[in-house]
Design a protein around this ligand. Sequence first.
Ligand code: ATP
Ligand code: MG
Ligand code: FE
Length: 337
Amino acid sequence: VTLLAIESSCDETSAAVIRDGQVLSNLIANQKVHEQYGGVVPELASRAHMQNIIPVVDQALQQAGVQKNELQAIAFTQSPGLIGSLLVGASFAKALAVALNIPLIAVHHMQAHVLANCIDDPRPSFPFLCLTVSGGHTQIVLCKDYLDMEIIGQTIDDAAGEAFDKTAKLLGLPYPGGPLIDRYAQQGNPHRFHFPRPQVEGYDYSFSGLKTAILYFLREQTEKDPSFIENNLADICASVQQTIIDILMQKLIKAAEDTSIREVCIAGGVSANKGLRKALQDEADRRGWHAYTPAFQYCTDNAGMIGYMAYHQYLAGQFAGLDIVPSARGSWKRAEA
Ligand code: ATP
Ligand code: MG
Ligand code: FE
């Protein structure tokens, strides 16, 4: 089975060709226009998707060495995401599916992030737990099968990626700041500064208190010493990153203990974080888990993961009608407490 997948939920325009669950190409066009605004501007994102989508799809086909008439289905991200951005991918996918007279597959972006762990070896076996940490979500997912997963915990306010990005903004770093904090943190002392850990029930998370604590901390310190940030950047980044990692790992450990599941994955943009990857591996070594992390290209938004999930939907006969519409909020069942 050869599929073309399109991802356009936020500010990456991506296309991938997948054959029998193997990613043959995975092209990602990052949108630079948002940098000067310190965040993604939805209007500009949809416009950039429109400019990018045809060249990105052409390159994905070319790199895979696949002709359009060899495609057997078109997959696209249906939800969640920015509605204007999703609409570009959905419209393009529909048009191409009609033109080629092949079926359409609607993919849930957050579920695809989870399955990114299954694209390459080593793969987790079912059931596994996945901590999905991205720009808009923080979830602990219990994944029982490719198309059978449920959310057992999630953030009640900010996402982990937002905590990274908002901290970076307070430090005067450009958007998106997560990768930069990761880089500075490698030279810093993670135990130099202490930030509060929220008390949240069950497997849920909260990051808004941390953001406020960092804001007040930086304000207080720079009043005493205007060069405080400059002189302590690595230690601040390392300490904030360590706090976020501790918060994330605490609930993941609890979930693993309560479910007795030892197959543990991370996914989403923040799973590219070196500190988080190390914390997961350390915990795995300590607790006898098997830990998994997607390859870097499948951590942040990419069509490869969309196509991989679509392949399993194809096998299950889950196709979408041409009347399908994208949705900004991807409602998805949450396990009963
Ligand atoms: P969602 O998937 O929730 O809709 P999104 O698709 O925008 O959100 P991703 O592309 O999966 O999110 O991830 C982007 C986020 O990952 C940003 O917040 C970015 O700062 C963060 N991020 C990327 N690399 C790193 C890193 N090395 N360390 C920390 N954060 C990172
Ligand atoms: Mg993004
Ligand atoms: Fe994403």
